[in-house]
Design a protein around this ligand. Sequence first.
Ligand code: GLU
Length: 485
Amino acid sequence: MTTSSVRVRIAPSPTGEPHVGTAYIALFNYLFAKKMGGEFILRIEDTDATRSTPEFEQKVLDSLKWTGLSWAEGPDIGGPYGPYRQSERKETYRPFVDKLVEDGHAFRCFCTPERLELMREGQRARGAPPKYDGLCLHLKAEEVTSRLSAGEPSVVRMKIPTEGSCDFNDGVYGDVSIPWDSVDMQVLLKADGMPTYHMANVVDDHLMKITHVARGEEWLASVPKHILLYRYLGLEPPVFMHLSLMRNADKSKLSKRKNPTSISYYSALGYLPEALMNFLGLFFIQIAEGEELLTMDELAERFDPGNLSKAGAIFDIQKLDWLNGRWLREKLTPDEFIARTFAWASENGRLTEGLKLAQSRIAKLGELPQLTGFMLASEVGLTPASFAGLKTSPAETLQILDTVQVDLEKILEWNVTTIEEELRAISERMGKKLRVVTPPLFVAVSGSTRSLPLFDSMALLGRSVMRQRLKVAAAVVASMVGAAG
Ligand code: GLU
């Protein structure tokens, strides 16, 4: 293969706030393409229609653009192998699924969700791994035809060898062997005619001429299914590279409960994209102490995909802070610093919308920093004293903060209306008046009981910053409950 034919992709599913893990995998692919003189493309994997939303897709695009990465093909710019959004490719997958069924590599399955649940219950009770038991594997062709023509709902599942193992080479893990009996008869086509992730991913990587698949290690266990699909379809699989996940300092998987994980959180707090990419890029290169500050081009120069660690990349916020500080102080000219500051303050209309909200509440402009500062601050300096003036007891305040923390995650589209609706619903569920639930939130959001309208402020701050403020507030109030108890 000539190096110019290298094509890699990032294939995010727009089912939540874009994660720093996506930026980490995207950066790897981008640097790989740059190093090999290949192309980096973006594909949106939205086959899960119940969890994918246009809001999240827009955020994926915005967040990836913010990181400074650019792609040669994608849903926003098109390209020779489009469309680049899987929900628009439904008809593309169909012939591949039909061929698998015709060639006897896949089969129709009519098992109802109720039957599958009973089957799983039985497996759980026996301590057996959850796996399709093969009931529909040997249905006669006539029976399948008549059940299909009677309109009975069905899915298509892939057949899996009963013996031996799938042996393959991974660019990071080396030789890997996964026994076939640990692999499930994966659903390829859902009852609604949409392919599953596995089917769409393999077909698209083939049609989009992807040569190297670099993604998170959580997909390593899916490789046998993918390799088998390539084999069934008579196609050449790409080279696989499974990158170790990012971890918290305690080695646990990076999760939003411990650390903020949304890219938008880091942009809202004023991390420079260059610094975040510099921080993530250091996981892929070997450098000596003192050489840490690197631009994207410098990262690409030193990038060595042949020398990757399985150890897990520790998301050390202090190191990120240190790098960000150095970028701000050493890499920007004063003019650039000022321009970047204004751009950051205006992000998502924070500055202008915040000022509009403040207008009706001030006597002189000098009050603005106090009234609107919380919109830009990285944290609002909460202490037990911040909550002392509330009518609710610390225990009740904590209960409110904890409930709101969990329930706000249910909001699909984050805006003033949906936030207000959800807070009203939460109050009702808690059997409390809205005016009892909101004061603790005012304090959590702004550090003060006198601030801008709550729902608007929450909408402007964004979900990821709100999540962190509520978490900090709950920790402060929990310490008050502990002290009182
Ligand atoms: N849609 C998958 C994800 O969001 C992509 C996995 C892959 O790169 O194959 O993680």
